[in-house]
Design a protein around this ligand. Structure first.
Ligand SMILES: C[S@@+](CC[C@H](N)C(=O)[O-])C[C@H]1O[C@@H](n2cnc3c(N)ncnc32)[C@H](O)[C@@H]1O
Length: 492
């Protein structure tokens, strides 16, 4: 941990004191916060005469003097609850900004007391630090991180929430006063908080939540174990068959309003979302990004990053004409790996002659194929493959029916939080596409994979070289410490 300093870390390892906490559990302690961790928790060094030791406390800000109670120890650090802010960092902190009555206890949001500009700046810093610490790349090859792109909606944006609950203990003293709590995890605890509303969730989800909670409370005795509920915002899907549009009284139903939002609670039911002019339908239980308001800016950014590299934009802005030999030819083929129901393949489809998608979830692949027809896109130029990216990437690209010339191909990589399998990176390196766009909700695994990709390319000795052209955060998760990161790599 940088805050401790490498000599303190080495000394603790030598003396085997890394796990010897210098204070007992539940001690209350006064701290001055040094900085924020990438998950938004404050980090403070214990004051002298304690040995070097960090205490992580949520909901506190750099420069603040706080009182905290330690509840868990780790290696050279402990976790504490915030008891009070003795000296707030004004104007960084403004508690009148907080819109949620559960803020400060719920584990969902970390940043409601901050201005939105500060949140964006903190997320830029998270991307910078991730590349400093996890990419293994020399700073000279890492470009300056561009300002974080703001979310058009900063509250009321979450299109999916998953409140959960436990069942009553079978017997014992606790079972007498037990009351069902339906909501989200309490910060730093394994206990569920009872949550009646969530201001970062969309309006229809908040409208539906009371009825869903009441239903669980009414039927709690029928549950053998705890469960997780699903509430998903959807546009109304028009009936396929005109017969469906006949109301039960036999008269034609009033025409449904297809821009109306409804709440879907069944995993198997279809959800509809619109991104720009592209419609997506997918099963409610399958993956789709949770902040619809920023998806059009995100997909347009990826398109522009592919076709208008910053070098060309800068040259054009300065009035210089770019010689043909220097202007890269426009890619014609797109491979969307970890494609879900086709967010990138479908929104970018008009700009490519051939598009392939790879996704592990067969239901999402069925949805992607359905979404082609939904948007009137030709089946002939698209191919969606169900399977693991690491198992089928090379075979998809080498199959005789779909030829993807590496020098004309863009590969979009958008894996889950754990990042890519190394064997997938090996296949990408071997293939050597013209452009790589790596989108990730975990900038730490992204930095690790991008570093690996650049080193493996250098080591391959095939003469292929990539430039890490741009890095930028997108704020898919306002009020929280999470950031989506987009890295663009171009073959030179
Ligand atoms: C972060 S999501 C991105 C989905 C899509 N690009 C989007 O933005 O809607 C990651 C996707 O990767 C899929 N996935 C997970 N492991 C995979 C693997 N080994 N190979 C292919 N897809 C995988 C998940 O099912 C999920 O749909």
């Amino acid at each position: 941990m940088a805050l401790l300093g490498s000599s303190a870390v080495e000394e603790a390892a030598r003396s085997r004191t890394e796990h010897v906490a210098p204070m007992p559990l539940y001690d209350e302690i006064e701290l001055v916060v040094s900085e924020l961790s990438s998950n938004g928790e404050s980090m403070s060094l214990l004051p002298s005469p304690y040995p070097p030791w960090v205490v992580m406390v949520p909901f506190a800000l750099p420069g603040e003097t706080i009182r905290a109670r330690v509840y868990r120890h780790g290696k050279m650090h402990s976790y504490g609850d915030l008891i009070s802010v003795i000296a707030p960092n004004n104007p960084l902190r403004d508690d009148s900004r907080v819109k949620c009555k559960y803020f400060g206890a719920c584990g969902g949001c970390q940043y409601q007391m901050l201005s939105y500009e500060t949140q964006l700046e903190l997320k830029k810093r998270v991307v910078e630090k991730a590349y400093e610490s996890f990419s293994g790349l020399e700073s000279i090859v890492v470009p300056s991180v561009l300002p974080t792109i703001a979310s058009p909606k900063q509250y009321g944006y979450r299109t999916k929430i998953t409140p959960h609950f436990d069942v009553p203990p079978k017997s014992g003293a606790k079972s007498k006063d037990w009351e069902v709590r339906i909501g989200f995890d309490q910060k730093g605890r394994r206990s569920v908080m009872d949550i009646e509303e969530c201001p970062i969730a969309t309006e229809v989800l908040n409208q539906e939540l009371p009825a869903t909670r009441d239903e669980v409370k009414r039927s709690i005795s029928t549950y053998k174990r705890g469960a997780t509920l699903l509430l998903r915002d959807s546009l109304v899907i028009p009936p396929k068959d005109p017969v469906d549009a006949i109301a039960s009284n036999g008269k034609p139903a009033t025409a449904p309003n297809h821009d109306e939002h409804i709440c879907i609670t069944s995993h198997k039911a279809q959800v509809r979302e619109r991104v720009g002019s592209t419609l997506f339908e997918f099963p409610a239980g399958s993956f789709f990004q949770n902040n619809n308001s920023i998806l059009e800016p995100l997909t347009s950014y990826v398109r522009d990053a592919i076709f208008s590299p910053p070098l060309l934009i800068n040259a054009a802005a300065e009035g210089a004409s770019v010689p043909d030999s220097q202007s890269p030819r426009a890619p014609t083929h797109l491979v969307d790996t970890y494609c879900g129901s086709g967010l990138f393949s479908l929104t970018l489809s008009p700009y490519f002659a051939h598009v392939a998608g790879i996704e592990i979830d067969a239901a999402s692949i069925r949805a992607a194929k359905h979404n082609l027809a939904l948007n009137g896109l030709p089946e002939s130029k698209h191919a969606f493959h169900a399977g693991k990216s690491e198992d089928i990437f090379a075979s998809v690209l080498l199959s005789s029916s779909e030829t993807f010339p590496p020098q004309d191909t863009v590969v979009v990589i958008d894996p889950p939080r754990k990042g890519c399998d190394e064997s997938f990176i090996d296949q990408v390196v071997k293939f050597g596409p013209a452009v790589l766009v790596y989108v990730s909700c975990n900038v730490h695994t992204q930095a690790r994979d991008v570093g690996m990709l650049l080193r493996k390319t250098e080591a391959s000795g095939e003469g292929t070289k990539y430039v890490l052209e741009s890095l930028r955060g997108f704020d898919l998760f306002p009020q929280t410490a999470h950031v989506e990161s987009v890295a663009v790599l171009r073959r030179r």
